[in-house]
Ligand binder design. Structure first.
Ligand code: ADP
Ligand code: ZN
Length: 220
């Protein structure tokens, strides 16, 4: 099973992917998380990625594709993977198809999340993430605050804010999404594997609701 999470920043891709990972028992692979880990560790990849990410731009295709190509060879994703944040360009999507085809598999479902822009910005600037790398639970100071300020409910580690989760960078990330990634909606729609979901507090439907519906569908 290969599932792709599509959607602008702050629409809840990570939230949905992390619930599906637990419910369907297949690993979640987030290119953003891989880059952030490398930035933190100061690797060459991290330095390169940071120069793009801090401006709200995409990391170049060759770098990102190489990373995913290697990851898809690993044993733990043999039975399935939830790709969170990849692909983000048509070139990446085409390369992904080739890699999967060589392995005798294909993309099964693309979950496309959409959220009104003002809500995205509000959500992103209020997002906090557990700093424990094996937890990484996502909180929101307005919508889903931790019980104790700055502390993860689940594991007690400190909550942190992503460097790119500020108003200026999120505006740039939304522009980048519209320029590069939104064309993927059509790419996957044509294949008949796209499932679009509106995530918005105005209709009282958040990432967790979407994830639970999809998990139920698969687990039936
Ligand atoms: P969000 O969807 O909230 O912007 P991510 O964690 O998915 O957050 O990505 C953070 C940043 O990492 C992106 O803004 C981009 O710069 C970079 N990135 C992540 N995935 C890719 C990708 N597939 N191709 C190019 N850049 C990527
Ligand atoms: Zn935690």
């Amino acid at each position: 099973m290969v599932i792709i999470m599509l959607g602008a920043p702050g629409t809840g891709k990570g939230t949905v992917a992390s619930i599906l990972k637990d419910e369907l028992k297949i690993p979640q692979v987030s290119t953003g998380d891989i880059f952030r880990k490398n930035i933190k560790e100061g690797t060459e990849l991290g330095k390169l990625a940071d120069s793009y990410i801090s401006k709200g731009n995409l990391v170049p295709d060759d770098v990102t594709i190489g990373l995913i190509k290697d990851r898809l060879k690993e044993e733990d994703v043999k039975d399935g993977i939830i790709l969170d944040g990849f692909p983000r360009t048509v070139v990446q999507a085409e390369e992904l198809d080739k890699i999967l085809e060589n392995q005798g598999r294909k993309v099964d479902m693309v979950i496309n999340l959409t959220t009104p822009k003002d809500e995205i910005i509000e959500r992103v600037v209020n997002r906090r993430i557990c700093s424990n790398q094996t937890c990484k639970t996502i909180y929101n100071l307005l919508l889903n605050p931790p019980k104790k300020e700055g502390i993860c409910d689940k594991c007690g580690h400190e909550l942190v804010q992503r460097k790119d989760d500020n108003v200026e960078t999120v505006e740039a990330r939304i522009d980048t999404y519209l320029k590069n990634t939104s064309t993927l909606v059509e790419f996957y729609e044509k294949k008949g594997i796209l499932r679009t979901e509106v995530v918005s507090k105005s209709i009282n439907r958040m990432g967790a609701d979407v994830a639970n519906d999809i998990a139920e569908m698969f687990n039936k």
